[in-house]
Ligand binder design. Structure first.
Ligand code: MTE
Length: 319
């Protein structure tokens, strides 16, 4: 198999073929005015230059001992270089178009193999004891950022619904709003975007439900109002704009695995020793630096805390 370094790879090769083929169609939809008014587009673009977007501040946020000491990536990059395919496949599409996302009312249904299924309104989730966790995010496309997320451990929410002994996996289903999401008119993925974790991964103290970043509620392009963050896995495991959480017995079929099972596995742990079929995963570039590359670290540097979850597993097969 031919493995090329990311420097040799054009974005159109990294982006799955269906995505870039759909790009021309997407631009037509946007130009037809069905996506976003020009005024909104301008306002969003201008605001992204400021330190923050001035969104609702989050109060009483504790600092976490689980934060990395690395300097965070500037807010403008965190909020303008995104993957949120429901709003388009280019990195700047989410910052342009996600302002349309309808955020209220917003509930997250928690169901399946649990003793006490129930829904949580977003206001309730914002009242969980919040922590700032500065985590590295390593994207499968071989770039990374450092982001001061705000959220709470997923296991706190899970304990309230009391998973049964049959709960072996957790499925995260994200919002599908065809009226606000131009990207879902194209068959890029099998919408809605679904992600999944094994139950012990979900309950791990590093796994958080995230409601904010840089002291404010989440910008839409980063997955408002609530998303998952699993720092030792590739970024695509971090499902954005979650509406349903299901505790299940069988391993869920996740969106990227359905789209291309030979390229994207269920586990998707950051692993410099397992290349993507089309490029190496041994190095990464830290946004916004487009040239310097640093070595990728197994489990994105969180190995001391998570390697035990995979004891005895062949991570080349179960990638
Ligand atoms: N969640 C949804 N619903 N749709 C998406 O397209 N993209 C994933 C993940 N969550 C995605 C998603 C990918 S590929 C990455 S790298 C991260 O979100 C990017 O998160 P960020 O834009 O906040 O950096």
């Amino acid at each position: 198999m031919l493995i090329r370094r990311p420097s040799d790879i054009s974005p159109s090769e990294i982006t799955p073929r269906r995505c870039y083929e759909g790009r021309r169609e997407f631009i037509k939809l946007a130009a037809a005015g069905s996506v976003l008014g020009a005024a909104g587009l301008f306002a969003r673009g201008a605001a992204a230059q400021e330190k923050t977007l001035g969104l609702q501040k989050l109060a009483s946020v504790a600092k976490s001992a689980l934060s990395t000491g690395e300097p965070p990536t500037a807010y403008k990059h965190v909020t303008s270089y995104n993957n949120y395919y429901e709003f388009g496949t280019e990195k700047d599409d989410p910052a342009r178009y996600a302002s349309r996302l309808k955020l209220r009312p917003w509930t997250v249904a928690v169901e399946g193999e649990v003793m006490k299924p129930r829904s949580f309104g977003i206001e309730e989730l914002l009242k969980f004891p919040l922590e700032e966790r500065v985590y590295r995010l390593r994207c499968v496309e071989a770039w990374s950022m450092v982001i001061p997320w705000i959220g709470f451990e997923f296991n706190r929410l899970a304990r309230l619904v009391e998973p049964t002994s049959k709960a072996k996996f957790v499925e995260f289903v994200t919002a599908l709003q065809p009226e606000t999401m131009p990207g879902v008119r194209l068959p890029v993925l099998d919408w809605p975007y679904v992600e999944g974790l094994r139950i012990d991964e979900a309950m791990h103290p590093l796994t958080i439900l995230c409601v904010g970043l840089y002291g404010e509620v989440l910008p839409n392009q980063n997955g408002a109002p609530v998303r998952l963050v699993v720092p030792w896995k590739y970024g695509f495991k971090s499902a954005k704009s979650i509406v349903r959480i299901r505790f299940v017995e069988r391993q869920p079929k996740i969106a990227w695995e359905k789209a291309n099972p030979s390229e994207y596995g269920f586990y998707s742990n950051v692993n410099p020793n397992v290349d993507h079929p089309r490029w190496s995963q041994s190095r990464e570039r830290r946004i916004p630096d487009f040239f310097a590359r640093r070595p990728t670290v197994i489990f994105n540097g969180y190995g001391e805390r998570v390697a035990g979850l995979y004891a005895g597993m062949d991570l080349k097969k179960l990638y």
